[in-house]
Design a protein around this ligand. Structure first.
Ligand SMILES: C[S@@+](CC[C@H](N)C(=O)[O-])C[C@H]1O[C@@H](n2cnc3c(N)ncnc32)[C@H](O)[C@@H]1O
Length: 245
């Protein structure tokens, strides 16, 4: 992400316009948004007070809705750099905007985070966004997330976390590709199939792939504590981490 490659901004094109299809190609990714919502709910129940949540890569609003539904007492700021995606979320989640519970920011994740004050956010929740980032950009985003979280605040990320066992990981990715063909050939969507395969190659490339072990170490180095990886479902997992008090 963010090195100017034409394939990085693919959510602006056919993938963005036909993003709902992903739920059929990859039901586990839709499940992960619910898991992120449950993690926010758990945090909200323990906190027992109104919470501010920042979401990175809100996309069409699947994860945003899960977060908003987790508690009546949270206000979400959802950041995304792609109008094609965010405009769908604006349409889908209008009622939450009208209630003053949802704000949108059309901006690059890193830029948007740098505008937020230190220690200002209770929860940074996100799904399937951070894995799109190139390594050095991801590192800078993680540092910003740590800075903007309040002490005791939590980072919650449901995402592609590559298995440290490369053989097992490759088998999972091969099955994923096979699933893309099953669904998109049956739907007669060869253009979308092509774009998802190109996207997957980007995700799995050496300068993007987000492996479990490296990611946990990166969070430790940024200062996070209570780092946990749960809900492993093939290449998907939920990672949570707390900014120490
Ligand atoms: C795969 S979608 C995830 C959407 C939703 N969270 C879900 O789980 O379905 C990733 C989103 O992250 C956004 N995104 C990717 N890189 C970004 C960046 N550097 N800054 C802001 N948004 C970004 C994309 O535009 C896209 O909408």
């Amino acid at each position: 992400m963010s090195n100017g490659s034409p394939y990085d901004a693919m959510f602006s094109g056919i993938i963005g316009r036909d993003y709902d299809m992903l739920q059929r190609m990859s039901p586990l990714s839709a499940e992960m948004s619910k898991i992120v919502g449950q993690a926010v709910k758990l945090y909200a129940e323990k906190a027992g007070r109104p919470l501010s949540v920042v979401e990175l890569g809100g996309g069409t609003g699947i994860t945003t809705l899960a977060i908003l539904s987790s508690s009546d007492d949270i206000v979400v700021t959802s950041i995304d750099s792609e109008p094609t995606m965010q405009n769908q979320a604006r349409e889908n989640l209008k009622q939450w905007v009208d209630k003053g519970r949802l704000f949108f920011k059309l901006d690059d994740a890193y830029n948007a985070l740098t505008t937020l004050p230190d220690n200002s956010t209770d929860v940074l929740a996100t799904a399937y966004t951070v894995h799109n980032f190139e390594h050095s950009y991801r590192e800078r985003v993680i540092e910003q997330i740590f800075r903007v979280l309040k002490p005791g605040g939590q980072f919650i990320n449901g995402d592609r976390y590559g298995l440290d066992d490369i053989f097992e990981h490759t088998r999972n990715v091969q099955e994923e590709v096979s699933g893309f063909f099953d669904v998109l050939i049956a739907e007669n969507k060869p253009d979308l199939l092509e774009q998802w395969i190109i996207h997957l190659i980007n995700d799995e490339s050496e300068n993007h792939v987000m492996r479990e072990g490296v990611s946990i170490k990166q969070l430790e180095e940024a200062g996070f504590a209570d780092i946990a990886l749960n809900h492993r479902m093939r290449v998907n997992a939920l990672v949570t981490a707390v900014k120490p008090i």
